[in-house]
Design a protein around this ligand. Structure first.
Ligand SMILES: NC(=O)c1ccc[n+]([C@@H]2O[C@H](COP(=O)([O-])OP(=O)(O)OC[C@H]3O[C@@H](n4cnc5c(N)ncnc54)[C@H](OP(=O)(O)O)[C@@H]3O)[C@@H](O)[C@H]2O)c1
Length: 311
């Protein structure tokens, strides 16, 4: 079969031939229609991700949408190495097969995999968002961020505040207020507090660094900051009073911390929302043969969700 094959951890995968997967034990073969390209895929392929380096050679890609031999359309978020999502076929544990809502386009269903699930689960499962609470989304111009702005509203948030460093794209987001992540941290925190009408209850944080510090300065008493990425920095100097004064709750998050049933339920409700037009994402489809170029775009900031067409 044709696949995006990783030959070394320090170089992008190459388009080429890879042996076909065969069903074994409780793992089934899925014909992959489309698969999102995720920061996770690059981190795993580099060998630096905490799950350890993948075998060589192996097929890259963590999740996607495809068909089972009986024709059923499924989303999967786990693969059996050395197979991966960015291929014509993949081997998937049967417990990692999720239903996809009727009527949703396969490209959008794939795009929403890692990015949409991160936003949905961070808000609902990890933050425990309650109706009417204010939500501040950092990195709101990113794929997780744009999804989180829309999903927060769908899950019943009160005010939704979008924050990002690039103002042009920020102001296109359908949020109640927009905050630019430029200038002094105290000034950004003041702008966030004002935008929230006092303080924020839930912070979705794919950035860490100065934006996260500013957001903590805008936290209402009992706020939850869900830490899910480090696009701005891996480390910060965190003043104790900032955490203590607001009884701030910093919660680390990864999609795979959520049990499979929680992920399955969230994915279906998310794709039902998207099928009705309530959740969109800027997507660019790239053929599998162009994986090396797409990989480089993802590494340097694509500005859209890249989805690989696998057939
Ligand atoms: N924990 C999980 O389970 C999980 C799941 C999915 C994703 N993630 C992580 O979440 C993060 C975001 O993912 P994504 O798919 O949304 O990425 P993306 O589409 O590439 O977006 C990146 C976002 O980060 C912003 N950004 C980048 N560098 C920045 C900096 N130095 N200062 C401020 N903002 C900066 C970008 O702003 P511009 O628009 O201005 O470039 C954009 O808003 C990644 O680290 C990813 O690994 C984690």
């Amino acid at each position: 079969m044709r696949a995006a094959v990783l030959h070394e951890h320090s170089a992008p995968p190459r388009y080429g031939e890879f042996g076909d997967p065969r069903p074994s034990g409780d793992a089934v073969v899925v014909d992959v229609e489309a698969a999102g390209l995720n920061h996770l895929d690059l981190a795993k392929a580099s060998g630096t991700f905490y799950t350890g380096p993948p075998p060589l050679p192996s097929v890259v890609g963590s999740d996607g949408v495809g068909r089972l031999p009986d024709g059923r359309r499924v989303f999967f978020d786990t693969v059996v190495p050395p197979y991966g999502a960015l291929a014509e076929r993949v081997l998937v544990p049967s417990g990692a097969l999720f239903d996809v809502a009727d009527g949703i386009d396969g490209t959008l269903a794939a795009a929403l995999g890692n990015s949409g699930l991160a936003a949905w689960l961070a808000l609902e499962w990890r933050a425990g968002l309650r109706p009417g609470e204010s939500v501040l989304v950092l990195g709101a111009t990113g794929t997780v961020g744009t999804a989180a702005v829309q999903i927060a509203r769908a899950l019943g948030a009160g005010r939704v505040i979008a924050a990002a460093r690039s103002s042009a794209r920020l102001h296109h987001l359908n949020a109640d207020a927009h905050v630019e992540l430029t200038g002094d941290t105290d000034d950004v925190a003041a702008a966030m507090r004002a935008a929230a009408g006092g303080g924020v209850d839930v912070i979705i944080d794919p950035l860490w660094g100065p934006p996260a510090l500013a957001a903590m300065g805008a936290a209402r008493h009992g706020a939850r900051l869900v830490q899910l990425g480090q696009q701005a920095a891996t480390a910060i100097e965190l003043p104790a009073p900032l955490v203590r004064s607001a009884a701030l709750d910093i919660r680390g998050f990864a999609i795979f911390h959520a049990p499979a049933d929680v992920r399955r339920d969230a994915y279906l409700r998310m794709t039902v929302l998207a099928a009705s037009g309530g959740l969109t994402m800027d997507v660019q489809v790239v053929p599998l043969k162009d994986i090396a170029a797409a990989w480089e775009r993802q590494r340097t900031g694509a500005g859209v969700k890249l989805v690989i067409a696998c057939q």
